[in-house]
Every structure is written in structure tokens, then in C-alpha cells.
Design a protein around this ligand. Structure first.
Ligand code: PLP
Length: 401
């Protein structure tokens, strides 16, 4: 099997599993227990928090462990906006009417649906910001949007724009976008789930108030994540209970998962520059070979030469071919990739990301995404390119019959 679906998930790294193992077995204590076993679990949890904080360049107290990217995004979007809403007082409706949220139109559903939830249940004004044909949000357009909101009397707001897109790999200029948001007094969150491991997560350079990470894209298990939330902001928990994680995320702490994601992030950060360079070369070679063998393919997102593209992403449209059929043919030949976001898999709707980028519905249905794991070899990629062209020839022949 040649696995080219790393944006969907990655296997757990051996070093990560080894670091987690003691906390799944002998050191199984509850980090909130007052006995010795609990205290050791608590120490491991706080060490993990400190490791994550050192990768993000923040304070340990600004790191919240969650159940994954989806929860981190929900906690950020809902948790930052709920305190802006006045509450159930007579003045609340008027106050709430002055709260706005802007998300890019290519966000993951975890952000989009959280914003829509605030709109549906709290009457918050939500705007989905457009992107250009490469998937980039314009800093000038964000400025114009915020300036209009400010002129219209919206005094509080949140902007949430993803660092790197999961389907087309477009990387946004987060520091410029967050600076504009702050200029107008809005908070800024970024979903860094796909950026983690490839791009710098230094939160002060990025200028973000909140940033989401998921473990399973990085060699940690599924079901663990991190939210960075600046101590300068007020965050309302969305999971209530025993008050763990400084009251921001109740529930018995997943110590092993915290150790796992901290280990994976630390390893990824150490390897990041070398891995990104190597993967850019491998991806570019793969793309050139695919273009040679299947000249009709069109790259979606930005050309690698333009920069601002994740090093391991090659997303394509194959005009005239059904993306799902191509996937099946590839899978029959031992190549695993996807038609876009794994979370939207099963949906027959064309990708909202490609549509927002101005791609027609027909073309969007021909999309396939290759996201290369960092363990991939040039030989496997050469083989995958050949198998893609064989799949296309096979499907074209079927059509002629
Ligand atoms: N955000 C982005 C950009 C993603 O790609 C994903 C997962 O594919 C998520 C959020 C959700 O993360 P999780 O699977 O950990 O809930």
C-alpha cells in the first residue's frame, strides 16, 4: 500500500507510543487525585503542557488539552464569543446584535459550524469571507470588512482564519491577518491543525489569541488536541464539569494523550525545517511526473513556486473524470488518497473549498488530494504517479466502450 492521505490521519509514531505507554499501564493515576499515583500523573501532564508551550512560545497556563482539532475549534470559536454576549438580560439582545464573527469560506466544518451555531442560537452576525482562486484570504478585504463592521457599531468580534487548508494546502498570511483584526479590536483564532509539523507555530510571531492543533495529523493518537488560548482573553468553557484544565475543559485529564501530543509536537518541531525542505522537493517531483503522465490534470491551490503551499500537498482536478472513480481505481492498485476532506467524505456535495475558490461544481467533483506522509520515498511516489496514469487510461477506456 502506498499511503498518500496524511492530511486525513497519520499512524502513531513509535517514540510517541513509547512515551505514552507508562501512562496507559503502571502510571495510570488520575491527575486530579491527591495520592502519589495521581501526583505522578499530574507531573506528567504538566511536563507535557510545558513541552507544548515551548513549541508554541507561550506560557504553560495558556495550553488547554482537548479531545482533538474539532473540540479545540469549538472551544475557541464558541468560547471566545460567548463572553462577548451580554447574557440573558433585557439589554442582551442589543448587545449581541453588536457582536460579529468572520470566518474564511474555506474553513473546516469544526469552525464553520461553530460560527453557524452562534448565529443560530445567539443571533451573532456571521460573515464567511471570500478567498481568491488560490484559496487566499485578502488582507485588504479583511480590513474593508472590519472597517465596515466598526462603522456600523459592531464593537466586539472574532476573526477565525485557518493557517493551512486541509484540501488544497494554501497557507494564509496569519500575522498580517491577525494584525488587521487587532487593529479593529477583534480577537483572532487560527485552526493550525494542518499547519502543525510543517510551519512555525510561534504564537507571538503569528499574533494569534487562540490556535488549534490535533494530535493525529502529527503522529499522536486520534482523539487528542491542544488549544492555545492567550491569557489576555476571556474563554468560556463549552464542556462543564469538574473544572479540570483550569476550568476550561472539564473531564478527567487524558494524561497519556497529553504526553503523546506533546511528544509528537516536540519531535515534529525538531525535524520541521529539514522535513519541510525534503517534502517540498519530493512533492514537486511527484507533481511534475503526474503532469508529464496525465497532462490534463490541473493543480488546485497555489503553484509551489508561488510559495504559501503546504510542502506535502498536491491536490488536483481531473476534468472529465469522476474523482471518486479515480480514487477507487487507485485503491485497487494499492494507492490510498482522498477526494478532499476525510470529514466530508461520504457527502455527495462538491467541496465547499473548491467552490469558494471559483471552481465549477462539475470540476470540483473530479478532485483528488494527495497529502504525502513524511516517511514517503521517491520510488513510491514514482509508482503512485504511474498508477494514477494507469487508472486514468483505464477509466477513459471504459468510457469508450
Ligand atoms: N481542522 C482541520 C483543518 C482539519 O483538517 C481537521 C481534521 O481533518 C480538523 C480541524 C478536525 O480535527 P480532529 O480530527 O482532531 O477533530
Amino acid at each position: 500500500m502506498i499511503y498518500l492521505d496524511a492530511a486525513a490521519t497519520t499512524p502513531v509514531r513509535r517514540e510517541v507510543l513509547e512515551a505514552m505507554w507508562p501512562y496507559l499501564t503502571g502510571e495510570f493515576g488520575n491527575a486530579s487525585s491527591h495520592h502519589e499515583l495521581g501526583a505522578r500523573a499530574k507531573d506528567a501532564l504538566e511536563d507535557a503542557r510545558a513541552s507544548v508551550a515551548s513549541v508554541l512560545g507561550c506560557r504553560p497556563s495558556e495550553v488547554v488539552f482537548t479531545s482533538g482539532g474539532t473540540e479545540s475549534d469549538n472551544l475557541a470559536v464558541k468560547g471566545l464569543v460567548l463572553p462577548m454576549i451580554a447574557g440573558a438580560t433585557p439589554a442582551a439582545a442589543a448587545e449581541t446584535a453588536r457582536v460579529h464573527v468572520a470566518v474564511s469560506s474555506i474553513e473546516h466544518a469544526a469552525v464553520l459550524e461553530s460560527a453557524r451555531y452562534l448565529q443560530r442560537w445567539h443571533g451573532v452576525d456571521v460573515t464567511e469571507l471570500p478567498v481568491n482562486s488560490g484559496g487566499l484570504v485578502s488582507v485588504e478585504e479583511l480590513d474593508a470588512y472590519l472597517s465596515a463592521k466598526s462603522a456600523a457599531g459592531y464593537s466586539k468580534g472574532l476573526v477565525s482564519i485557518m493557517y493551512a487548508n486541509n484540501e488544497v494546502g494554501t497557507v494564509q498570511d496569519i500575522s498580517a491577518l491577525s494584525a488587521v483584526a487587532h487593529h479593529y479590536g477583534a480577537l483572532f483564532h487560527t485552526d493550525a491543525v494542518q499547519a502543525a509539523g510543517w510551519l512555525s507555530l510561534d504564537v507571538s510571531q503569528l499574533g494569534v489569541d487562540a490556535l488549534s492543533i490535533s494530535g493525529h495529523k502529527l503522529g499522536a493518537p486520534k482523539g487528542c488536541g491542544v488549544l492555545f488560548a492567550s491569557r489576555a482573553v476571556t474563554l468560556e468553557p463549552i464542556i462543564n464539569g469538574g473544572g479540570q484544565e483550569r476550568g476550561l475543559r472539564s473531564g478527567t485529564e487524558g494524561v497519556a494523550n497529553a504526553v503523546g501530543i506533546a511528544t509528537a509536537l516536540t519531535l515534529a518541531e525538531t525535524e520541521r525545517e529539514a522535513t519541510s525542505r525534503r517534502m517540498t522537493e519530493l512533492r514537486n517531483g511527484f507533481l511534475s511526473r503526474v503532469r508529464e503522465l496525465v497532462p490534463s490534470v490541473v493543480l488546485t491551490g497555489l503553484e509551489p513556486a508561488e510559495g504559501n503551499r503546504l510542502p506535502n500537498n498536491a491536490s488536483l482536478i481531473l476534468p472529465g473524470f469522476n474523482g471518486e472513480s479515480v480514487l477507487l481505481e487507485l485503491e485497487r492498485r494499492g494507492v490510498i488518497c482522498s477526494s478532499g476532506s476525510a470529514c466530508a467524505a461520504g457527502s455527495t456535495d462538491p467541496s465547499h473549498v473548491l467552490i469558494a475558490m471559483g471552481i465549477s461544481e462539475d470540476d470540483a467533483r473530479t478532485a483528488i488530494r494527495f497529502s504525502l506522509p513524511s516517511t514517503i520515498t521517491a520510488e513510491d511516489l514514482e509508482r503512485a504517479a504511474t498508477l494514477l496514469s494507469q487508472s486514468i487510461v483505464h477509466l477513459a477506456n471504459l468510457r469508450l466502450r
